[in-house]
Every structure is written in C-alpha cells, then in structure tokens.
Ligand binder design. Structure first.
Ligand SMILES: [Zn+2]
Length: 233
C-alpha cells in the first residue's frame, strides 16, 4: 500500500530491523525513528509489536506535537521523547533508543563513560554523558516528554553540543543515540554499546586505567571528522 509517507516508513522500518539484527534489543525494548524535515513529521515503530512481525506499513507517522498523521497502530511509548528532541534539535534526522546491556549498566550505575581509547575518540571527544535520574515531579508528570527535557538540560548544563556528542545515557534507564539519519542513529547505538562494554572491561583489568591523553583524542577525532579528514575504516 503506497501512502504519502511510504518512503519514511520504509527508512524507519529498515533502521528498526537493523537495531534488532545488531543484537541491541530484547523483545520489544527498543525503537528507532526517522524524520522528514521538509514536512515536519517523523516515523516511529509502533508499540508492542515484536520485530519478527513488524512490517513497513505498521510504522506510525506523527508531527512534532505527537499528533498521528499516518498509521493505525499506537506509536512507541517513547514517542514523546523523540518528538521533543526533533523539535529542539533541528539538525538531527534519526533517533534510536535501546536497553542494550552495557549501556544500561552504566546508566544504572549513574556514571559517565570515560574516554579510555581510540574507538571512543573516533566518534566523540567527550566522556559519554549520563544525565541525572529524573526528579519525582518529572516522573509523575508527562514522563516521556520530560525525558526529552532531561536530555536537553544535561547538554545545556554541561555545555555539550548534540552535533559533536550524538549519544546520552539517562540515569537508571538507558541510552538514546541520534544522527543525520535513522541508520546513523542505529550505528551510534552500536558504537555506544561497544564503547560501554570496552570501558567496563578496561576498569575490570585496571580500576585505575587513565583517560586517553589529549593528543590521541585530538588525532583520532580529527582524522575522521576534522577539515582534513582522511580516515574511513
Ligand atoms: Zn526505555
């Protein structure tokens, strides 16, 4: 069935399947969305549908105020968080949320993930931020919308740029990652999970492992993202 937003639903569907194929979700605990900036809408996975049963036409399309534009199913319970981020960060094209084990472990421990190595530095120069667990007033209010506020507040308080740091942990909950496309958001979710696992293992081997030195942080980030980027692995 071809509809106005078939292409957007297809992009969102493929990103959700990839998130599952990468082993980042169990049961239905994950969601990816894809945005169409020209039309001011985004597509997101429906709530509670197992990945093996998911079809492109099941994907729900909404505007940034959470009104359904296309789709018969209930959108993911995290939809309002996605909408809030799209509304406030107009450069992002896709968002992914998982409950991947190592990312969640750091979120539950309420710890930023320190930059220990070049795998981390290839993607971002900062520690991966862990936002504070949400206050009771925010939990009791519009929880999913307020999760979006929690992410933005964390970036503002720390002076972080969502263009340079494309991932965050929410204390006691888990990771959100974003990027220029839904596929890039999924990629960043996998990078985050891998870096989280590597950092955990690093601290097991040496609890006093030092952070990566600045010269290596700069070298690795800039050869991939700087004006004279030459590195593509
Ligand atoms: Zn969640």
């Amino acid at each position: 069935m071809n509809t106005k937003y078939s292409y957007l639903k297809q992009e969102c569907y493929e990103a959700n399947i990839e998130l599952n194929n990468l082993g980042l979700v169990i049961y239905t605990f994950g969601n990816v969305s894809a945005v169409d900036r020209a039309n001011g809408v985004f597509a997101i996975k429906p709530s509670g549908i197992p990945y093996e049963k998911l079809k492109p036409e099941d994907i729900v399309v909404l505007d940034y105020d959470n009104s359904i534009v296309e789709g018969a199913l209930r959108p993911s319970s995290d939809t309002k968080t996605h909408a809030y981020l799209y509304k406030n960060w107009d450069h992002i094209g896709g968002i992914a949320h998982t409950h991947a084990t190592y990312s969640v472990a750091w979120a539950q421990a309420q710890q930023d993930i320190p930059i220990f190595g070049t795998t981390h530095a290839d993607h971002l120069t900062a520690d991966i931020p862990c936002a504070q667990p949400m206050k009771d007033s925010l939990i009791e209010g519009d929880y999913e919308h307020n999760t979006g506020i929690q992410i933005l507040d964390c970036f503002e308080e720390r002076g972080l740029s969502a263009k340079e740091v494309e991932m965050v942990l929410i204390g006691n909950h888990g990771p959100f990652a974003w990027g220029k496309t839904a596929a890039k958001a999924v990629y960043n979710s996998k990078v985050l999970e891998t870096v989280a696992q590597m950092a955990y293992l690093t601290l097991q081997i040496n609890p006093n492992a030092p952070r990566l030195k600045n010269s290596l942080i700069k070298k690795h980030y800039e050869r991939k993202h700087g004006n004279n980027a030459y590195y593509g692995q």
